[in-house]
Design a protein around this ligand. Structure first.
Ligand code: GLC
Length: 421
């Protein structure tokens, strides 16, 4: 297995000596563009307010690799490594024992947050994390190119395939040789599980495992969804997408080399930045529907969690409160493009002026489809591993939809054993 490591980053702290601080806390600094600016803002507030010092660490970009690293750190009882970190929406329950019970400290903030994510972060009646930002899969498109070729944003995958094929061909004829129709996250990691869920569920093929814990993936609709995507590979989607996570796909899209991209909301504000060649040219929509008219957008999102073994709980809670207040969420939106979890910000005029797309995202969030994390309990990482491995085989041409869903059914039943635990 690849060795996972933490990296420490330093932000300049002009003219202040360490001796002036009571304690040093370590928090995760998001590695997305804008992360350093955002962390500098948090550091300034925290150090001014508490006279403690704040240091930052970076975790791997892939959710599954980050979880593996956190589990290694907890197993090694290396409690100094990190005080505050972000948990993926799928692992709050999994890290229950390793994270601090926040009920008394922040329980009264409940009414300010969207109820879905707050409930997700409440485990056995205890608040175990505070929602940091919301995520859901969405479709990005080039407004300018759809207009140029007299097309509308696609409502179905079939339309998407047709439009992508046509515009790719025309753009290449016009000299844009490395232009592609559709890109997404095709690497074998957690992100591919999200993409696979969206394809399969929109085809009416279900969510791999139903709410009762039954494995349901071996069905013709799920197979057809995977075959559709296999049909894109090398035609409207570059084979290189087999190595893309979120940022690799955004780089291609933002460089102007793709018509459509599946990604999370953060990519919207970044693609509208002053230095982006796509400023003003990007539209965003719910993901297209499958043959029966159903669209499925995967539910994602991240939460601030506190290490149960933090040596300074008071300072950690003070930091948590700063990180999750309305001002920090505004800065997080500004610097990182992350969608707030405080509902009032979606009615805030100033916020909506800079990020009008939030109104649409709010509706998509309400209907987003969760991965089968609750039903599969602590076995979710193995479930997701089987999903992304088998899906990857279809995308790289070494399997087909029918074989893959039968294989995945068997693998998931093997992981389940007698029951999920
Ligand atoms: C986003 C989502 C997260 C998901 C990840 C997959 O970060 O918020 O829930 O697991 O993408 O790559």
């Amino acid at each position: 297995m690849k060795k996972l490591t933490l990296s420490f980053i330093t932000l300049a702290l002009a003219g202040v000596s360490n001796a002036a601080f009571a304690d040093t806390l370590r928090m995760e600094c998001p590695i997305s563009p804008g992360g350093k600016e955002y962390c500098k803002y948090v550091k300034d507030r925290f150090e001014k307010q508490t006279s403690n010092k704040l240091e930052f660490i970076e975790f791997p970009a892939a959710s599954d690799e980050k979880l593996a690293l956190l589990q290694q750190l907890f197993a090694a009882k290396d409690e100094k490594a990190v005080d505050l970190f972000q948990s993926d929406t799928i692992w709050v329950g999994l890290l229950d024992k390793q994270t601090l019970d926040l009920t008394d400290a922040v329980g009264d903030m409940k009414g300010d947050f969207f109820p879905g994510p707050w409930a997700n972060d409440t485990v056995n009646g205890k608040v175990k994390a505070v929602p940091a930002y919301l995520d859901t899969g969405v479709l990005y498109y080039r407004k300018d190119l759809l207009e140029k070729y007299n097309e509308q944003p696609p409502k179905t995958w079939e339309e998407l395939t047709r439009i992508a094929t046509k515009i790719q061909e025309e753009e290449r004829k016009a000299g844009h040789k490395n232009f592609w129709g559709m890109i997404f996250q095709g690497k074998s990691y957690e992100g591919l599980t999200c993409n696979a869920l969206e394809w399969i569920d929109s085809y009416g093929g279900g969510t791999f495992i139903d709410e009762k814990g039954n494995v349901t993936v071996n069905n013709p609709k799920a197979a057809a969804a995977l075959d559709m995507v296999a049909g894109w590979m090398g035609k409207i989607t570059p084979k290189g997408a087999l190595g893309y996570k979120e940022e690799e796909s955004r780089a291609v899209f933002q460089n102007g080399d793709a018509l459509f991209m599946r990604n999370w909301p953060y990519a919207y504000l970044l693609s509208q930045g002053a230095d982006s060649p796509l400023k003003g040219k990007v539209g965003v929509a719910p993901l297209p529907a499958g043959p029966d008219g159903k669209s499925a957008n995967a539910l994602g999102g991240w939460q601030w969690s506190v290490n149960a073994n933090t040596k300074n709980k008071d300072a950690a809670i003070a930091l948590l409160k700063i990180l999750t207040d309305a001002d920090s969420q505004k800065m997080q939106l500004k610097y990182l493009g992350f969608a707030p979890t405080r509902s009032a910000l979606y009615e805030d005029k100033a916020v909506l002026e800079t990020a009008p797309h939030l109104t649409m995202f709010k509706d998509i969030f309400a209907n987003a489809v969760p991965r089968p994390a609750t039903a599969t309990k602590s076995q979710y990482p193995r479930v997701s591993n089987a999903i992304f491995n088998v899906t990857f085989k279809v995308l790289n041409g070494s399997s087909d939809g029918k074989t893959a869903v039968a294989d995945l059914q068997k693998r998931l039943e093997r992981v389940k054993g007698k029951d999920w635990h």
